[in-house]
Design a protein around this ligand. Structure first.
Ligand SMILES: Nc1ncnc2c1ncn2[C@@H]1O[C@H](COP(=O)(O)OP(=O)(O)OP(=O)(O)O)[C@@H](O)[C@H]1O
Length: 291
């Protein structure tokens, strides 16, 4: 549970979730608690059970057992009112035959009683220049942006994003991150799956790691796997070449170096394990190859 937040107040609450496809156990008892306004990233190798979990939360897939609540409602029994409050970006294609981008966004906006302004949504996902283009002429990354536009056009309280930035160029990913931060600042709860550890680190308040259908860790990105307690590597260069030292007191090492160099330390860096380092170790220890 999340301290200070009751079960009823959670935006997303999952307990003992299980789902098998024939004899293949995809989700083997997942618990999850996401308070309103949080950005939560679900990490895990291919086939770990992320999409299955998210699709159950979206009401698209039936579960075998466990309890699930999104905005206080069981998605398996959700009605149109609930659908209006939830935004979904699937691992989709963003193709709508001969329709133009602005037509598709306008069309989806009409499904909802309280939609955002379609032109504003198109601008927010960076597709203004393509508003009059037919969707089948968009690049892969542009189609993905259209998927995101359709996920937010209803101004959802909870937004699900399954691998939202796959195919984005680096600049588009940064723009998308800004968009997610804006949505988060206005109180939208966001659950995303991603294979990009830098994306999780940039966006997520907390991350959960799923391996073999089980949540093996939930933490802030900074603390995952005891990362904040890991030893640091201090590297620098002296007349003999590159040097480095492993230490749990990097500040002391830097002070010592600064004193001995009498000022600037050549090529000084202090590094700790990256989120990716910690994640890969965790996945390896749980007997699943990382993707
Ligand atoms: N419709 C389905 N029918 C049968 N098996 C399925 C189906 N969907 C998923 N699975 C299986 O369930 C397991 C979990 O798949 P899931 O798509 O949830 O993983 P994932 O973590 O989202 O993977 P990825 O990172 O590749 O998207 C896999 O073994 C997969 O083969």
């Amino acid at each position: 549970m999340v301290p200070g937040v009751t079960h009823e107040e959670l935006a997303i609450s999952v307990s003992g979730l299980r789902k098998s496809y024939a004899d293949n156990v995809a989700v083997a008892g997942v618990d999850l608690a996401v308070p309103p306004g949080e950005v939560f990233a679900l990490l895990g190798p291919n086939g770990a059970g992320k999409t299955t979990t998210v699709e159950i939360l979206e009401g698209f897939r039936a579960r075998d057992s466990g309890t699930v609540s999104v905005l206080g409602i069981d998605p398996a029994k959700a009605d149109r009112d609930w659908r209006r409050r939830v935004g979904i970006v699937l691992q989709g294609t963003g193709e709508f035959d001969e329709l133009k981008v602005h037509e598709v966004v306008r069309h989806f906006a009409r499904f909802y009683p309280n939609p955002a302004d379609p032109d504003e949504v198109i601008e927010r996902v960076g597709l203004t220049e393509k508003a009059n283009s037919r969707t089948h002429t968009l690049s892969g990354g542009q189609k993905r942006r259209l998927d995101v536009a359709l996920g937010i056009v209803n101004q959802p309280e909870v937004l699900f994003l399954d691998e939202p930035t796959t195919g984005f160029d680096p600049a588009a990913r940064r723009e998308f991150w800004d968009l997610i931060r804006q949505l988060s600042h206005t109180g939208t709860t966001i659950l995303l799956t991603t294979h990009y550890l830098d994306e999780a680190e940039a966006l997520a308040d907390r991350v959960g790691v799923i391996a073999r259908g089980t949540m093996i860790a939930v933490s802030t990105p900074a603390e995952l796997g005891g990362r904040h307690l890991a030893t640091a590597t201090v590297s620098w260069r002296d007349e003999g070449g590159p040097r480095s030292e492993e230490t749990d007191r990097p500040t002391e090492v830097v002070q010592r170096l600064a004193a001995s160099f009498g000022g600037e330390v050549p090529e000084l860096t202090v590094t700790r394990p990256t989120l990716e380092d910690v994640y890969l170790k965790m996945i390896g220890e749980n007997g699943q190859e990382a993707s």
